[in-house]
Design a protein around this ligand. Structure first.
Ligand code: SME
Length: 176
């Protein structure tokens, strides 16, 4: 499984960097990143950003995403896989969602999920002095779809996206 899309995935970080540093609003750039990941990597069926709600402590709000709409537009810290990743600041890689008690289903087709937190200053953890900005959530219809390779790729994508996520929060909430 690992490496079966290596050719496609090889150039993906460069393309993501180009998008993030290119034109468009922060919302548009994050949306294009979601679409690129989903279209380039077939096992990624739903790709979306959640951000920390600046108006409500301990709440995640759905940001740009690619895939079917979800009812989970707001998720309290601690609830579901996303809420647990936000509460702990750690990556959650779930090989089989049917075995999870604390899980919020977006679609009955989803089999596995990975959630990678995003911190200020492209940091990879709160312990390094970062503040949680949000997270990148990916669902797959394939069981055990995510390997350590995906985790590393997505951690690098989240570090690259950190500044744009910060800009997105400003754009969305500082509008008057
Ligand atoms: N499955 C997530 C909810 C978000 S959807 O996957 C888009 C969770 O358990 O937190």
């Amino acid at each position: 499984m690992i490496g079966e899309n290596e050719d496609v995935e090889d150039g993906i970080e460069e393309r993501i960097k180009d998008i993030l540093e290119g034109e468009g609003t922060a919302e548009e750039r994050l949306l294009w990143v979601c679409r690129l990941l989903r279209e380039s990597i077939p096992r990624y069926d739903w790709v979306g950003f959640y951000v920390s709600d600046p108006e409500e402590d301990g709440m995640l709000v759905l940001g740009p995403f690619a895939g079917e709409p979800t009812e989970h537009v707001k998720i309290p810290f601690g609830r579901g896989i996303c809420g647990q990743a936000a509460a702990t600041g750690r990556v959650f890689l779930v090989r089989d969602v049917s075995l999870e008690d604390n899980y919020l289903s977006c679609s009955p087709e989803v089999r596995s999920e990975i959630v990678v937190p995003i911190f200020t200053g492209s940091r990879t953890g709160i312990e390094e002095g970062g503040r949680l900005l949000g997270e990148l959530d990916i669902d797959s219809h394939t069981r055990d779809a995510f390997s350590p390779y995906d985790r590393q790729l997505l951690e690098r994508v989240c570090a690259l996206a950190s500044e744009t996520v910060e800009d997105y929060i400003q754009e969305r909430w500082d509008r008057t």
